[in-house]
Design a protein around this ligand. Structure first.
Ligand code: R5P
Length: 318
């Protein structure tokens, strides 16, 4: 493929319609017309309403459950390929099934790899995604993949709120790198929570390593699903003497009674992004948009510019 800059087109699936609209506004482009319908039995039908031949097409669609969201993305990619888009980028703000990324017990699927295969096989030339549950999932894609971060948005927000006496915390040992990176950017300390999970979708906080007594804490994580990990972490921090506790989390999966758990928790405020639309209102949750970051990544991809430099620490690029 030659490196002449192609005409950029952006469209979105129904899982990301609001975010897709915001991204298009940031790009100063109308969303290209993608008609999506369901047949009476539920099957999905997709049609590009105008000519996309030769374009650099970006399809925005998160793949959170139900699986129809993934299916819709695959069908849109296939339709785009058959309509002769020159290059197709799947923009997946939240890449679902990412937690099934290894055979942690016999006879199970590596479903994250299966999803990567399906997206590639459908005809995507590139992928842009945000805050993967595990960065090494990038390797599941045999096409170029740009992994972008919401930290640029949250760091800015936390600087603006300017919480005094701030300590960062993860919800478990796996999230230490993230908490440490935030602490570094914000010039704050961080603590570690050692969580032991007895079985999938249930969690137990074991220990807070570090001092939070009398401090204000911000708990960071890539996703909240049932809310168990997050709320247990918040409770453990409170028991250790934390004053105000805030949360910053990229993907608000929020299944089961997660909303209720968050409402009834010690959290002052939980900041989440719009990679997944909220299904209900929650007095403790505030949504911050990542549309600008995604739009910038799209624009840079289109213009063959660096994306990594967007995330240079301490340089406000957004
Ligand atoms: C853990 O590894 C993740 O970062 C999340 O903390 C976890 O998957 C969230 O799940 P839940 O909200 O169901 O505890």
């Amino acid at each position: 493929m030659s490196s002449a800059i192609l005409e950029l087109d952006v469209c979105c699936g129904r899982a990301s319609s609001e975010l897709g609209q915001k991204i298009a506004e940031e790009l100063h482009k109308p969303l290209c017309n993608l008609e999506i319908k369901n047949f009476s039995d539920g099957e999905i039908w997709v049609k590009f309403g105008s000519n996309i031949r030769g374009t650099d097409l970006f399809i925005v669609q998160s793949t959170n459950p139900p699986a129809e969201n993934l299916m819709e993305l695959l069908i849109a990619i296939d339709a785009a390929k058959r309509a002769s888009a020159r290059r197709i980028t799947a923009v997946i703000p939240y890449f679902g099934y990412a937690r099934q990324d290894r055979k942690d017990q016999p006879r199970v699927s590596i479903t994250a790899k299966l999803c990567a295969n399906l997206i590639t096989e459908a005809g995507a030339d590139r992928v842009i995604t945000m805050d993967l549950h595990a960065p090494q999932i990038q390797g599941f894609f045999d096409i170029p993949m740009d992994h972008i971060y919401s930290s640029i948005v949250f760091t800015k927000l936390l600087r603006e709120i300017n919480i005094e006496n701030l300590v960062l915390s993860s919800t478990d040992v796996g999230g230490v790198k993230m908490a440490r990176a935030y602490a570094h950017r914000l010039g704050a300390e961080f603590v570690i929570i050692n969580k032991k999970r007895e079985r999938a979708n249930s969690s137990e906080v074991m220990n807070v390593i570090g001092n939070v007594d009398g401090k204000n804490v911000c708990v960071v994580d890539d996703l909240i699903d049932t809310g168990g990990s997050f709320v247990n972490a918040v409770t453990a921090l409170k028991e250790k003497g934390a004053e105000k506790i805030y949360g910053a989390c990229t993907h608000a999966v929020l299944s089961g009674n997660a909303h209720e758990k968050i409402e009834n928790s010690f959290l002052e405020k939980l900041y989440v992004t719009d990679t997944i639309p909220l299904k209900q209102k929650n007095s403790k949750i505030e949504v911050v948009s990542v549309a600008k970051v995604i739009a910038e990544a799209i624009s840079r991809t289109n213009q063959y510019k660096s994306i990594s430099s967007l995330f240079d620490v301490d340089k406000d690029k957004i």
